[in-house]
Write a protein that binds this ligand. Structure first.
Ligand code: ADP
Length: 270
């Protein structure tokens, strides 16, 4: 533990000794170290695409712009690196909002089904492109959680987006929701790459990725799960992960709910 000991002399008329105050600085130091690490990570993550943009633009300026074969490729690279920067900044803004507890919005009843349905509709073209079957398991459409609609959509979008990103062509992604008496469990299951056991504990940390090289190919920012965890915790819920490398993963958000009704019976593909 880090202790800060301060001594102060008492006023002369009552001078019978020294007043010692001891402050436990452990948490403060930990927060400071986390802040420093975050700033270092952000700088690194922003610098990499920025350096690429500059490099390609400078090469174009030095003459490559007249090369009809190379120039379009360099312009494509500039655009894709700019996209990456845009994604990083958007994710950092999301994370900052999720972490901002100074003005937490009062939780309201949010219907889960339309949120999951919207997410599945958004991702259906991505799934179709990879020939992945995106399955929305049936559940009680009256099921509600206590939270905020947009934030819940961010959670589901991130989990489904990841499941599609880290699942091979021809795979399956299932989204399900199990209402309980006090909690609702929203789960996204894939039969994709899975996550090595040694990485599972750290997977929700900001910028933590399994095998950097592998993930560059997938184009993520490393912030999605940190955002998810922050939102879920701000609703008073928690995240669970079950994953087997090479077999797939289930990410589960367990959220406080409002009373639920009877589940439906049949599955449908979206
Ligand atoms: P990213 O933007 O890189 O996807 P996330 O925070 O969303 O960042 O995820 C962190 C890392 O966790 C990813 O880089 C990936 O290695 C791993 N991961 C997340 N979801 C899955 C999944 N469904 N299957 C396999 N690996 C996953």
């Amino acid at each position: 533990r880090q202790l800060l000991v301060k001594s102060s002399t008492l006023p002369s008329e009552s001078r019978r000794g020294v007043l010692l105050t001891i402050h436990d600085q452990t948490q403060l130091k930990q927060l400071e170290a986390m802040r420093r690490e975050f700033v270092a990570n952000v700088s690194h993550e922003l610098k990499t695409p920025l350096a690429a943009v500059k490099g390609y633009a400078e090469t174009l300026q030095l003459g490559a712009i007249d090369d009809k074969e190379i120039a379009p490729h360099f312009v494509d690279q500039i655009l894709s690196q700019a996209d990456r920067l845009e994604r990083l900044i958007a994710d950092m803004m999301h994370l900052a909002r999720a972490q901002d507890r100074s003005q937490p919005a009062a939780p309201v009843d949010v219907l889960v089904f339309p949120v999951i349905q919207e997410c599945c509709e958004t991702y259906q073209p991505v799934a179709a492109q990879k020939e992945i079957e995106l399955i929305l398991e049936p559940f009680d459409e009256a099921c509600t959680i206590l939270g905020e609609r947009e934030a819940l959509l961010t959670v589901v979008n991130n989990l489904v987006g990841n499941a599609l990103r880290y699942t091979q062509v021809g795979g399956h992604v299932r989204v399900s929701c199990q209402p309980g008496e006090e909690q609702v469990s929203i789960a996204v299951t894939d039969d994709g790459l899975g996550i090595p056991h040694e990485d599972q504990e750290r997977i929700f940390e900001r910028f933590y990725r399994v095998e950097k090289a592998r993930d560059q190919q997938y184009g993520g920012t490393g912030l999605g799960l940190a955002i998810v965890k922050n939102i879920v915790q701000s609703f008073g819920g928690s995240m669970r992960l079950q994953s087997e490398p090479g077999k797939g993963s289930t990410f589960e958000a367990v959220l406080p709910c409002s009373p639920a009704t009877v589940p439906l019976q049949t599955a449908k593909s979206v």
